[in-house]
Design a protein around this ligand. Structure first.
Ligand SMILES: [Cu+2]
Ligand SMILES: [Zn+2]
Length: 179
């Protein structure tokens, strides 16, 4: 069962415009993460916003190469280079196993793989299910949360992290819009 609803994978689709430019009055809370590579260099921005019609993830990032990469919400808001193990395991308040193809899955932090083309850009926006921002089971709990991109594609079934290899990009979610 999919926990996410792809809405805007190709930003050139006209149907995306309504979600990309949500009215300010319809956005209640925003978390922003500046993304960094293992060498500390800037790799993009991720935003999670609570809107009138749900919780949305937006991402604009630069991958190290063209390809397909695993991506997850991780349980700890700490991105220490060079391996980002400080970000902990996948966001998993329901204590499940990894992956939507795993009968014992999935983690609430399990997300679809992301694709980068020849320009190495990753741009997307979609609705998240079963994610809250505030409160004891929200992303802004006492130890926070992070977005992590991995070196390989997630196989959506191997516990605990889909065989997606090293963590290559990481960002800590903080309350508020990036200025
Ligand atoms: Cu991960
Ligand atoms: Zn997982």
């Amino acid at each position: 069962m999919l926990k996410f609803l792809p809405i805007c994978i190709l930003p050139i689709l006209a149907s995306c415009s309504t979600t990309q430019f949500a009215k300010t009055s319809d956005v209640f809370e925003v978390l922003t993460a500046d993304l960094a590579r293992a060498d500390g260099s800037w790799a993009g921005v991720a935003t999670i916003s609570q809107r009138r019609n749900g919780v949305f993830l937006s991402l604009s990032a630069q991958a190290p190469a063209a390809g397909t990469f695993g991506m997850h919400l991780h349980a700890v808001g700490k991105c220490e280079t060079p391996d980002f193990t400080s970000a902990g395991p996948h966001w998993n308040p329901d204590m499940k196993q990894h992956g939507h193809d795993n009968p014992m899955g999935a983690h609430d932090g399990d997300l679809p793989n992301v694709n980068a083309g020849a320009d190495m850009k990753i741009t997307l926006e979609y609705k998240l299910k079963d994610i809250t921002l505030s409160g004891p089971t929200g992303l802004l709990d006492t130890d926070g949360s992070a977005l992590v991109i991995h070196e390989k594609a997630d196989d959506y079934k191997t516990d605990p992290s889909g065989n997606s290899g090293k963590r290559i990009i990481c960002g800590v979610f903080r309350s508020g819009k990036r200025s």
